[in-house]
Design a protein around this ligand. Structure first.
Ligand code: HEM
Ligand code: HEM
Length: 174
């Protein structure tokens, strides 16, 4: 097993990042469910602290993933078919993974709440800035819905590759 990508396979680092981030992202996208399920047992403050911390972790991971992808450029063989579609589809997923935490931070700052990551107050509570809150919330909420659709299409594409086209696309990520 190789750390770096080889011609026909993603390396261990990319695979681990892909599946770890997929799991964390799905947990984060289901935040509404957690907020409702734990509303009587865990304070909203604590839940929001976890939400912010996992979101920030995902932001760090996506930056590292971008760097790792750049280090591995040209190592993987390009797709035989639909290469441009795959490229833009993946680019869109990366863009959404970057914008989600950024819009979250803008929402928190706009609301005038403290930005607390892993128990550390990074920005203390301040005045409410309505336009930031509105833009942040709109982007954060709409992008969450768009991401569900994008992930659905992405998974569908992986399954089509596996069961219809019958190529090695899924195999190179597992
Ligand atoms: C939260 C969900 C997910 C996100 C955000 C996501 C994101 C991505 C991204 C950005 C890539 C491109 C990797 C690169 O070359 O830099 C990728 C590749 C891939 N993903 Fe996902 N993924 C998710 C879930 C899944 C799931 C559930 C499956 C399987 C059913 C899957 C299967 C694949 C496969 C097979 C590839 C390799 C595609 C290729 O070689 O071109 N992904 N994913
Ligand atoms: C990949 C990372 C993230 C994902 C997938 C995500 C996802 C979500 C989702 C699905 C909601 C519920 C939206 C709704 O009410 O309909 C939400 C709410 C929220 N998120 Fe995130 N989030 C992420 C990162 C962050 C970060 C890093 C912060 C702040 C530092 C943040 C701050 C918030 C806030 C303040 C709300 C409540 C918005 C409101 O008042 O309606 N999020 N997030």
């Amino acid at each position: 097993m190789s750390l770096m990508e080889t011609e026909h396979r993603y390396g261990v680092v990319s695979k681990t990042l892909h599946w770890l981030m997929a799991a964390l992202l799905l947990i984060m996208l289901a935040s509404d469910v957690w907020f409702e399920a734990f509303e009587h047992s865990i304070s909203e403050h604590t839940l929001m602290g976890w939400h912010q911390s996992i979101g920030a972790l995902l932001f760090g991971l996506v930056l590292f993933r971008g760097f790792w992808r750049w280090l591995n450029r040209n190592r993987l063989a390009p797709h035989a078919q639909w290469a441009t579609l795959a490229k833009w589809g993946h680019f869109a997923l990366y863009a959404a993974m970057v914008l989600m935490p950024l819009s979250g931070v803008i929402t928190v700052l706009g609301e005038g709440d403290a930005l607390t990551l892993f128990g550390l107050t990074v920005v203390p509570a301040g005045p409410e800035v309505e336009w930031m809150e509105d833009i942040g919330e709109d982007v954060h909420e709409s992008l969450a819905s768009v991401l569900w659709v994008m992930i659905g299409l992405h998974v569908a594409a992986a399954l089509v590759h596996q069961y219809w086209v019958g190529d090695r696309t899924l195999k190179r990520m597992v």
